[in-house]
Design a protein. Structure first.
Length: 560
């Protein structure tokens, strides 16, 4: 389950106007879709009889956590085939691309969605992905009035499954569950869907013909549902949102690899003003997840913790108990609301399913570094890490070739010491804290404004660039050499540099860190400007290490 709530910027938001039922009177009745991917687990009999961690693995990729219903079409769930057809149609008209699923895959890849050739850390028979990794969908049907519609939403793996890289720093086409999706750009996806659907809705029969071309198996009943109910309401409410809200959402996600969970939850519970977009800048990078079960609190600032616990106390792997995972599942269930748009009371019903996911997360391991490592230098770097980093980022044990997080300090680093961008932790204000009681989560979550950020563990750090909580530093070398940090750099679809440990690039004459001339990004990149609000790259300055110690430390971090 994601440890950061995200805004699922799907096209249902075009038509879920406040106080209005969507998508038309024929869908006022309730219909629920099953996520067929949950049947991917075929070992050991029925799904509920399988080991909990295996159930959690399947839920991580395929579970909709109750979001695939006609009711949820008013929030973040979407009529998938209509959305897909609008994107394909736009590419066909602009570039002459074919009207087929291949064009859709290429379009989704531009926004950083993954359609991997395999999931490298999947346990059991490899599942078949009918949609891009992390998009969960199923068909909702009702007999009277006759309705059929494929509903889609985002799941855990949308933001918490990342690409693997080879020894050359290039993506391999494989994915790893638990890595952050560092190129996923939900804001760009939203913007393009709005434009594509707005145009396509003006020619409904052409749009439906595109649905048939992309998905020839679409039933006549679903085509009638789209024609009779979905398209008219979508056109009406798209115009309503443009007029009343000035867009689809009153907040942004920030660009590739960034999420705005605070903005999403505030929007869902109705406390976010319609004109809040210029100030809702609390975006964060999703974490690598293999150390999550050693956290006493969740979110980058430790704002949410189970009631009655010391949220900043050290926790060892040996101390992780079923009761601790139960408590974390209670906290993480709220992320179902921010992630998938369901109301908090519905999210609370998902605690048992989220508990399965927490069991899976507890057994996660980060991916091994794919390139060569100077073992003698890494050994020196381990000593540097233990002296300079472990107190905040955690203790690692085991042979040098495969270090494993053993203790997480759960240490909050106050603003006056770290000096990083304040926007994210500052957003957890009195109003945000009051929300917990108003939405009925006070038994599961004790919220607090911590005044800083909880230092993350560094498992799999080699694969998670860019760095800092807001993704404002392109490489670990730049993190250790603060005076050399670029004010602007490109991010998204990047290659990795294993010497500097992060995004591969070169410095332009104007000080912009850009991709090498011979590299073609695999997704659409964005120019990150650290001078903009919420994007500061200040803080975490390391001035006590020599150049040799920094080189050794970078070499050691390849082993985490």
């Amino acid at each position: 389950m994601p440890t950061h709530r995200i805004s699922l910027l799907l096209v249902a938001l075009l038509v879920g106007a406040a106080g209005c039922s969507w998508p038309g009177r024929a869908l006022r009745g309730y219909a629920e879709a099953d996520a067929p991917g949950l049947s991917a687990l075929d070992e050991g009999g029925a799904f509920h009889d399988a080991p909990r961690a295996l159930r959690g693995q399947v839920r991580f990729v395929f579970d909709d956590f109750g979001s695939l219903t006609t009711d949820e079409l008013r929030m973040y769930s979407t009529p998938w085939k209509l959305t897909a057809a609008a994107l394909v149609r736009a590419r066909h008209e602009a570039q002459g691309d074919a009207l087929d699923e291949g064009t859709l895959r290429r379009a989704m890849q531009e926004y950083g969605f993954l359609t991997p050739r395999r999931i490298a850390n999947w346990r059991g028979p490899e599942p078949r992905l009918e949609r891009p990794l992390g998009i969960v969908s199923g068909s909702a049907r009702r007999g009277f009035p006759a309705v059929e519609i494929e509903i889609a939403n985002f799941g855990c793996a949308t933001c918490h499954a990342g690409p693997l890289y080879g020894a050359d720093g290039l993506p391999t086409g494989e994915a790893w569950l638990g890595l952050p999706s560092t190129s996923l750009d939900l804001s760009a996806f939203e913007d393009d869907v709005v434009v594509a659907l707005g145009r396509a809705l003006e020619e409904p029969e052409t749009l439906l013909a595109t649905v048939r071309a992309v998905y020839p198996e679409t039933s006549e009943r679903e085509l009638v549902t789209l024609r009779k109910h979905v398209i008219p309401s979508a056109r009406e409410h798209l115009a309503w949102r443009r007029e009343r809200l000035g867009g689809i959402l009153p907040f942004e996600n920030g660009g590739p690899g960034l999420l705005n969970g605070i903005g999403s939850l505030r929007f869902i519970v109705g406390v976010l003003a319609h004109d809040a977009r210029p100030t809702e800048l609390a975006w964060t990078s999703p974490p690598e997840m293999s150390g999550t079960s050693l956290r006493r609190s969740l979110l980058i600032d430790g704002a949410y913790a189970p009631p009655g616990v010391d949220r900043f106390g050290a926790l060892s792997r040996a101390e992780v108990t079923p009761a601790h995972l139960d408590a974390l599942a209670g906290v993480a269930s709220l992320f179902v609301s921010g992630t998938q748009g369901v109301q908090p009371e519905s999210a609370r019903r998902q605690v048992p399913a989220v508990r399965d996911v927490m069991e899976f997360v507890h057994e996660l391991e980060p991916p091994p570094f794919p390139g060569p490592v100077d073992e003698r230098l890494a050994e020196k770097g381990r000593d540097v890490y233990r002296t300079a980093c472990a107190d905040c980022h955690g203790t690692y044990e085991g042979p040098l070739a495969r270090q494993r997080l053993a203790v997480h300090p759960n240490r909050v680093v106050a603003q006056d010491r770290m000096l990083t961008d304040t926007v994210r932790w500052g957003t957890v204000d009195a109003e945000s804290l009051r929300i917990m009681g108003e939405i009925g989560y006070e038994r599961l979550i004790e919220a607090a404004s911590t005044g800083g950020y909880v230092a993350p563990d560094l498992s799999g750090v080699w694969a998670t660039a860019p760095y800092l909580h807001n993704g404002s530093v392109p490489t670990l070398w730049h993190l250790l050499n603060a005076e050399q940090r670029p004010a602007r750099f490109w991010v998204g679809g990047h290659k990795l540099d294993y010497e500097r440990m992060g995004i591969a690039g070169v410095l332009d004459e104007d000080g912009t860190y850009r991709y090498p001339d011979d590299y073609e990004p695999w997704s659409r990149p964005m120019l990150y400007d650290t001078r903009e609000p919420g994007r500061s790259n200040a803080g975490h300055e390391v001035r006590t290490l020599s150049d040799f110690e920094k080189r050794a430390l970078l070499e050691y971090l390849k082993r985490l």
